[in-house]
Design a protein. Structure first.
Length: 187
C-alpha cells in the first residue's frame, strides 16, 4: 500500500503486530522507497533509537510525545522552518481542539477510561503482564488529548510491566488511577 502512494513523510509505529516497524522500514528501503520515515516508539532508550536509525528511519520520536515535538519534526522536514515561534500547525491545532469532532474523540476516550482502569487493576492483580502492557500502551495515547502527564505515567507503567517488576508496576498503577479518576471527573 505504501509503495503505491507518494508520501512526503511516514510516521512508523515500531511496535506493530505481524510486521514490526523495524522490519517494515527495512523492507521499504530494500524496495528503493526514499520517503522520510520517523520512528514512533514507546522507548527513548539509546538502543531503540539506534535500532530505528539503523533500520532506515530518519529520526526517532518517543511516545507519548508532546505536540511541540511533533510540530518541530513537521516543520523541520516538510515546512523547512528553522526555530518557529508559532507554526501554522500550532494555529491549526487550536482550531482542531475547538472542533466538535475532536471533543467527541476526547469524550469517547474519557467514557472508556473507567473500564480500562478497572482492567488495568485486574491485570496487575492477576500478574497478566501482557495485558497490563497492552492496556498501558493504549492509555498513554492520552498524551494526544492533552493529558501528557497521564500518558507519561502509563508509558512508565508499560516499562515496569515489560520488566515484570511487580512493586514498580503497583506504584505506577496507583499513580495512574488517581489522575485517571480526575480525568473522568473533569469531563
Amino acid at each position: 500500500m505504501v509503495l503505491a502512494g507518494r508520501y512526503q513523510l511516514i510516521f512508523m509505529d515500531m511496535q506493530m503486530p505481524i510486521m514490526d516497524g523495524y522490519e517494515a522500514t527495512r523492507v521499504l528501503g530494500e524496495c528503493g522507497y526514499k520517503t522520510l520515515i520517523i520512528a514512533r516508539s514507546a522507548s527513548a532508550m539509546k538502543q531503540h533509537v539506534q535500532e530505528s536509525l539503523s533500520a532506515g528511519c530518519t529520526e526517532h520520536l518517543a511516545k507519548p510525545f508532546e505536540r511541540h515535538h511533533f510540530y518541530k519534526i513537521i516543520d523541520k522536514y516538510l515546512n523547512k522552518v528553522e526555530n518557529p515561534q508559532e507554526s501554522k500547525m500550532m494555529e491549526q491545532d487550536r482550531e482542531i481542539e475547538e472542533s466538535e469532532e475532536y471533543q467527541a474523540i476526547v469524550n469517547r476516550f474519557v467514557s472508556e477510561l473507567n473500564e480500562k482502569l478497572i482492567n488495568l487493576e485486574s491485570a496487575l492483580t492477576n500478574q497478566a503482564w501482557e495485558l497490563l502492557c497492552s492496556i498501558s500502551h493504549n492509555l498513554y495515547s492520552a498524551g494526544l488529548y492533552r493529558f501528557e502527564e497521564f500518558g507519561q505515567l502509563n508509558q512508565a507503567l508499560q516499562r515496569a510491566a515489560e520488566e515484570r517488576n511487580q512493586p514498580q508496576a503497583e506504584a505506577y498503577v496507583k499513580s495512574v488511577l488517581q489522575p485517571g479518576a480526575a480525568l473522568k471527573q473533569a469531563h
